[in-house]
Design a protein around this ligand. Structure first.
Ligand SMILES: [Fe+2]
Length: 618
């Protein structure tokens, strides 16, 4: 098998691409920008003007909060998409990847890996990864990839050697399902069915019981006050002893602050202060809340004590807040993107009665534009600027920074927000033409830059680009109503379309988060799961690619070499898996500069396709 190392220059005309021109109101969604804020809201929700319903909502808000927590598990990745003309993929004869999306056994005892090539001696630590690893209990089967029980993976590197082990997270959900040998707690795409031992009346009435809340936190490792937790987007997180790979404590966000949960992608200041975002629901409707968690413990037993909500942003539609998976942060600002991927709260809270899974309450509504909100993270003040762009969906921001009075934010973007359905397990496990059809119906994800001028005044001219940044073709045009219409710059060469776009973006976070930067790393998606590793130079717009046919690499994690001063001075780690039973899975280490393989550590253990991870120095 050959790995390819390709540097692909940007072959496009360097002039501003056509889609970067200001998008003046010409479509129904754009014309709504000219309306007053109230008419905009009124036209968008059934419940906005109903006073009696408002009163009912007040009374129900507590209940709704509780139920939202249960269901607030939303996707997580969704990586795939598209953009431009090539919105969807066009591939055929895709190999079946079903073995990567089936239940595996845990490997609790450390297994020594066989190292080929070498792992740098300075590389000493854990690559911790997490993702779904068990997809049925008894005769009950989960429907969606996100539903699977969390499996914790640990690759331990020290003095050139590598060991591996994995354990299922001993969440209350996992334990309850195991005891009953059936699915007793609903997940994102799976509604737990009533106990078959109950009689018909009891089973009917059980639809009206408050469902147990899942604590199957299977998306990412996050860090608060030096401790590691596994998180999804629900109200619960599970604190983990990363050495023993064991859960030590279950933590509930709603016990500390008024939120229903928080994302699995917090940001960190250099001093360890963590920022995150979570939703709440009250008498005035849905709010998006910015959370700050201090870096240090006052008491050794603390978890997220003294967390604060520093800003609440009202949802454009009170009963249909947008789904978001991450957000941006510069040195001084938080950037929140309110996108037209909506959560219908009524559908969600009534899903059990309707016999539907939580996922049935999420809808892509491209009749609305995407809006950017900018918040001063020191004061909690929401800036007055109103920034819009045409509808898109983003799951992962790449980086953001400030320059010449602007916020620059780079995102992996999809123009079609319906990719959640694609990740039903029955889709992922298809083969032949059926699999090709699924892939070709999924949007792809491409990196884009938006520029948001921070100081817009009444005197600024209408219809002109307010961005002063000569190095970016992204534009920000003030409209007659004072709002700023933002058009993006592509951060990649056209060649990226052949690679199926890019997702799971990672940077040299320690040194370049919130700062002007040049490189990010991600997975290419010529399949429904990542099938290559890509280094993107966002300045020169070139790609460097690692690929090995039949193997599927995980999110690339950058680890800086101690003392290195260059942005890409370090290595890339990725867990590479294959559905071929005759081949071993392995941990790959690449030189981050040129993407040449330094070594691989082969492990004769079956591993499912995972979601996110992190590196922790020993
Ligand atoms: Fe994610």
């Amino acid at each position: 098998m050959m790995a390819s190392h390709i540097v692909k220059p940007d072959t496009r005309n360097c002039k501003r691409p056509r889609e970067l021109e200001p998008q003046m109101p010409e479509s129904p969604q754009l014309s709504s920008l000219g309306k007053s804020e109230s008419s905009f809201l009124e036209s968008s929700g059934l419940f906005y003007k109903d006073e009696s319903l408002d009163k009912d909502l007040n009374d129900m808000s507590k209940e709704i909060n509780l139920m939202l927590s249960t269901y607030a598990k939303i996707l997580s990745t969704m990586e795939s998409t598209h953009q431009k003309k090539a919105t969807f993929g066009k591939r055929e004869k895709l190999p079946c990847i079903a073995p990567l999306l089936t239940t595996v056994e845990e490997t609790p005892q450390m297994v020594s890996a066989q190292v080929r090539g070498h792992f740098p001696k300075w590389l000493s630590g854990y690559l911790l990864r997490i993702g779904p690893g068990k997809f049925e209990f008894g005769k009950d089967k989960y429907n969606h990839w996100f539903d699977g029980m969390a499996l914790l993976h640990q690759f331990r590197m020290e003095k050139g050697t590598v060991t591996y082990r994995s354990k299922f997270l001993q969440s209350d959900t996992y334990k309850a399902n195991s005891v009953h040998d059936r699915i007793v707690v609903s997940e994102f795409g799976t509604l737990a069915l009533p106990d078959p031992c109950k009689n018909v009346f009891e089973r009917f009435m059980s639809k009206f019981e408050l469902p147990a809340m899942t604590d199957n936190t299977n998306v990412n490792y996050v860090r608060y006050k030096g401790d590691y937790y596994v998180s999804s987007e629900i109200n619960f997180m599970n604190k983990v002893d990363i050495e023993a790979l064991e859960k030590t404590e279950k933590v509930d966000w709603s016990k500390f602050i008024a939120v229903n949960g928080a994302t699995a992608h917090p940001h960190y200041d250099p001093d360890g202060t963590a920022y995150n975002m979570g939703n709440s629901f009250g008498p005035r409707g849905s709010c998006y809340n910015i959370i700050r968690v201090p870096p240090e413990k006052v008491d050794p037993g603390e978890t997220i004590h003294r967390a604060q909500v520093i800003c609440s942003i009202a949802s454009a539609e009170r009963m249909k807040p947008s789904y978001y998976h991450s957000f941006g942060m510069t040195r001084n600002y938080i950037i929140f993107i309110e996108q037209p991927l909506k959560m219908n709260l009524w559908k969600i809270v009534t899903s059990r009665i309707r016999g539907k899974a939580f996922s049935s309450g999420i809808s892509w509504e491209p009749q609305y534009n995407t809006r950017f909100h900018v918040v001063d993270k020191h004061t909690g003040q929401l800036l007055p600027g109103i920034y819009y762009s045409k509808p898109f969906v983003t799951f992962h921001q790449i980086n953001a920074f400030e320059d010449q009075g602007c916020v620059v934010i780079d995102l992996c973007c999809q123009d079609d927000g319906r990719s959640l359905e694609v990740y039903q397990l029955q889709n992922l496990r298809k083969s032949g033409e059926g699999l090709d059809q699924v892939y070709n119906s999924a949007g792809r994800s491409f990196p884009r830059r938006f520029v948001l001028p921070l100081h817009v005044s009444l005197n600024d001219p209408e219809g002109e680009n307010l961005s002063p940044l000569s190095y970016s073709s992204a534009s920000a045009v003030k409209q007659a109503d004072g709002k700023i219409w933002c058009s993006y710059e592509n951060l990649h060469p056209e060649d990226l379309e052949e690679e199926g776009g890019v997702e799971f973006p990672q940077i040299n976070y320690g040194q370049f988060s919130g700062k002007k930067y040049r490189f990010f790393y991600g997975c290419g998606f010529r399949h429904l799961v990542g099938d290559s590793l890509i280094k993107v130079d966002v300045v020169n717009k070139t790609l460097t690619i690692w690929r090995e046919d039949g193997f599927y690499p995980s999110e690339p994690v950058f680890v800086p070499e101690p003392g290195a001063s260059e942005e890409d001075g370090g290595v890339i780690l990725s867990a590479v898996i294959t559905p071929d039973q005759n081949e071993n899975n392995f941990l790959l280490v690449l030189d981050a500069k040129n993407f040449e393989e330094l070594g691989r550590a082969e492990v004769p253990v079956q591993m499912p396709y995972g979601i996110h991870g992190t590196f922790v120095t020993i």
